[in-house]
Design a protein around this ligand. Structure first.
Ligand code: AMP
Length: 551
C-alpha cells in the first residue's frame, strides 16, 4: 500500500523561491572581482536568476544542456547556481586551478554549450576558446564598463547586458526530481578528471543535512563566509543549504589572502565560515604579522568548518584559544555531494577538559544521517568499529554517486551498492571516523601500515613548522619508511633534531620518520591537497640514512 502524501518533486528552484519569500532581505555580500563590495538580498538573487533563465532560454539552452562556469564565489555565480539548474539545465562548475589542458578536456567532455567566466580568467579563456568544440558562446560575468578592450574571445557577451534586458517574470518548470542539476569533475591526481553528476533530489536531501544541528548546523542565525570555492564540490552544499534556511552569505570573490579574509569576517560579523586548511594558515599568518589586531573583538566566529584535507591539531587549538571558535572538522568528497562526516560533539563530550575534547574534534567527525559507512580489510571483510582497526572506507546513500558521467571509470559500486572512497580510516562506536591515510599514500613498513597524515599532524604542531608532508621512501629491509618534508614558518629555521625529539611520544616509536628534509615549497593539487604522487617521484631515489643499517 502506498502512502497518501503528495510527492512534490524536490527541486532546486524551490530553495530560492523559499528564500526570496521568507528571507528576501537577508543579504548575499560579495567582494567582487572588480573590487567593491556588492550586497543584495535573496529576493534580488531570485529575480536575477529568473532573468538569467529567460536569457538562456532565448539563447536556445534546453533542459539537460551543460553550462560551464570558471568563476569565483560571487553573487553572479550564485545566480547561475539557481538560474541554470532551476530551468532544468546542468550547471558545470569548472575548477580554474586545474591545468589548462584539463580544463579543455573537461569542458569538451561535458559538452558545455556556454561558458560563463570571471574577468580574472579572460586570458585563460582567450587561449582555450579555439579548443572548446561545443561552446557556442562565452559570457563574461561583469558589466559593460568592465568589458576588456581588444579581447579576442569569439561570441563574447557581457553578463549584465545579457540578463539586464530580460524580465524577472519566469515560472520555474516542474520536472522529475531525479533530473541532473549540476556537474563537478574530481581533480584526481592520476588520469583524466571524472564527472560527478548531481540530481535535484540528491542536492535537496544533502541540503537538509547541511541545515541540521548535527550536520553543519547552518541556520538563519548565521552570517556565513564561504571560502570553499563554488567550483569545489558545490562549496560543500552551502549555496543550497543557505537558501533553505535563509543564512546570510558572504562571498570573498578572488581575494583569499589572509588580510581580505580577516576583514570580511570582521566587517560582516561572520559567525560561521568554511575553508580548507591552507586558507586558515594564510589568515593566521596575517594575524601573526599584525600583532596590533584585536582578534577577540574583531572576529565573532563561532563555528569554522575545515575539510578537504586534515585539519591539524594546532589549527583546531588556535581557533579554540585565540578566536573562541569551534572547529567542525568535516570529511567528504566530490562523489559524496560532499558531506560524509561532521565533527560535532555528543552531550558526553561537553564536560571534557579542552585537551580531550580536541582529541574528539581532531577526528574527521561523526557520520551524518543519510550516509552509510563501513571500513573493510584487503579481503573486503568489514572491520570492527572500535576506533583502532583501520581499513578502506566504503559509503552508500542517496547523495553518493553511482557512476561517473558518460560511464568513465566503469562500474564504481560493488554488488551491494558500496562506493570505495580511496580513504583509509578508523570508525569508533559513536560513529566518529578518523582518516589515517589515502589508500595510495599509506606507508607500508614491514607489512604494517603507518599513517602519513598522523605524522604530518604531529609535525605541524612543532612551532617552527609551517607545513609538513610525509611520504614512504624505499627501504631495503622495511620496503618503505617515512620521510618527513617540512616548510619552515617565514623567518624561522627548523632544527631537525629538536623536531624529531618533539615527535617522540606523539606517535608510535616505529612510526618516527627515518629522515627530515627542509624544503621551500610543497606541491598541491588544484583543490589544495598535497600532491604526494609528485613528491614520491621527486624523492624516489632518496637514500635514507637508515637504509644501509638494516636494523
Ligand atoms: P575532493 O573530492 O576533491 O573534495 O577530495 C576528497 C578527498 O579529500 C577525500 O577522499 C579525502 O581523501 C580528502 N579529505 C576530505 N576531507 C578531509 C579531511 N577532513 N581530512 C583528511 N582528508 C580529507
Amino acid at each position: 500500500m502506498l502512502g497518501l502524501i503528495q510527492d512534490r518533486p524536490l527541486l532546486i528552484s524551490s530553495l530560492i523561491e523559499y528564500a526570496a519569500l521568507y528571507h528576501g532581505d537577508t543579504e548575499i555580500v560579495t567582494r567582487t572581482v572588480e573590487g567593491p563590495i556588492h550586497r543584495y538580498g535573496y529576493r534580488q538573487l531570485r529575480d536575477r536568476a529568473k532573468q538569467l533563465a529567460n536569457a538562456l532560454t532565448k539563447l536556445g539552452v534546453k533542459p539537460g544542456d551543460r553550462i560551464g562556469t570558471l568563476a569565483w564565489n560571487t553573487y553572479r555565480h550564485m545566480e547561475l547556481y539557481y538560474g541554470v539548474s532551476g530551468m532544468g539545465a546542468v550547471l558545470h562548475t569548472i575548477n580554474p586551478r586545474l591545468f589548462p589542458e584539463q580544463i579543455d578536456y573537461i569542458a569538451n567532455h561535458a559538452e558545455d554549450q556556454y561558458l560563463f567566466f570571471d574577468l580574472t580568467f579572460a586570458p585563460l579563456v582567450e587561449k582555450l576558446a579555439p579548443l572548446l568544440k561545443t561552446v557556442k558562446g562565452f559570457v563574461l560575468m561583469t558589466d559593460k564598463a568592465h568589458m576588456p578592450a581588444g579581447c579576442t574571445i569569439p561570441n563574447l557577451v557581457c553578463y549584465e547586458e545579457l540578463i539586464g534586458a530580460e524580465s524577472t517574470d519566469y515560472t520555474w518548470p516542474d520536472f522529475d526530481e531525479l533530473t541532473a542539476s549540476s556537474l563537478c569533475y574530481t581533480s584526481g591526481t592520476t588520469g583524466n578528471p571524472k564527472g560527478v553528476l548531481y540530481s535535484h533530489r540528491s542536492t535537496l536531501l544533502h541540503s537538509f543535512c547541511v541545515c541540521t544541528r548535527d550536520g553543519l548546523g547552518l541556520s538563519s542565525y548565521d552570517s556565513a563566509l564561504v571560502i570553499v570555492p563554488l567550483f569545489h564540490a558545490n562549496a560543500w552544499g552551502v549555496p543550497y543549504g543557505a537558501a533553505m534556511c535563509g543564512a546570510k552569505l558572504v562571498l570573498p570573490g578572488p581575494a583569499l589572502d589572509g588580510k581580505s579574509v580577516y576583514e570580511l569576517l570582521r566587517d560582516e560579523k561572520c559567525n560561521f565560515s568554511l575553508g580548507v586548511p591552507t586558507v586558515w594558515l594564510a589568515m593566521f599568518q596575517y594575524v601573526d604579522q599584525n600583532p596590533s589586531l584585536d582578534v577577540k573583538k574583531d572576529i565573532l566566529l563561532q563555528r569554522v568548518v575545515i575539510g578537504g584535507s586534515a585539519a591539524p591539531r594546532a589549527m583546531i587549538e588556535r581557533f579554540d584559544k585565540q578566536f573562541s571558535s569551534y572547529v567542525i572538522h568535516a570529511w567528504g568528497m566530490t562523489e559524496m555531494s560532499p558531506l560524509g562526516t561532521t565533527g560535532n560533539l555528543l552531550p558526553k563530550h561537553m564536560t571534557l577538559p579542552a585537551d580531550q575534547r580536541i582529541d574528539v574534534q581532531q577526528k574527521q567527525g561523526r557520520v551524518v544521517y543519510g550516509v552509510e559507512i563501513k571500513i573493510t580489510d584487503d579481503a573486503g571483510q568489514e572491520l570492527a568499529r572500535d576506533g583502532k582497526a583501520f581499513g578502506d572506507v566504503k559509503v552508500r546513500g542517496p547523495w553518493i554517486t553511482k557512476g561517473y558521467f558518460k560511464g568513465e571509470g566503469g562500474k564504481v559500486l560493488d554488488d551491494d551498492g558500496w562506493f570505495t572512497t580511496g580513504d583509509v580510516a578508523t570508525l569508533d562506536p559513536d560513529g566518529y571516523m578518523q582518516i589515517t591515510d589515502r589508500s595510495k599514500d599509506v606507508i607500508k613498513s614491514g607489512g604494517e601500515w603507518i599513517s602519513s597524515i598522523d605524522l604530518e599532524n604531529a609535525a605541524v604542531g612543532f612551532p617552527a613548522v609551517h607545513e609538513a608532508a610525509v611520504i614512504g621512501v624505499f627501504h631495503a629491509k622495511w620496503q618503505e619508511r617515512p620521510l618527513l618534508l617540512v616548510i619552515p614558518k617565514p623567518g624561522q629555521t627548523v632544527d631537525k633534531a629538536a623536531l624529531m625529539t618533539f615527535l617522540e611520544g606523539k606517535v608510535a616509536k616505529w612510526w618516527l620518520p627515518d629522515d627530515i628534509v627542509v624544503v621551500d615549497e610543497l606541491p598541491h593539487t588544484a583543490t589544495g591537497k598535497l600532491l604526494k604522487i609528485k613528491l614520491r617521484e621527486q624523492f624516489k631515489d632518496y637514500k635514507l640514512p637508515t637504509a644501509g643499517a638494516a636494523a
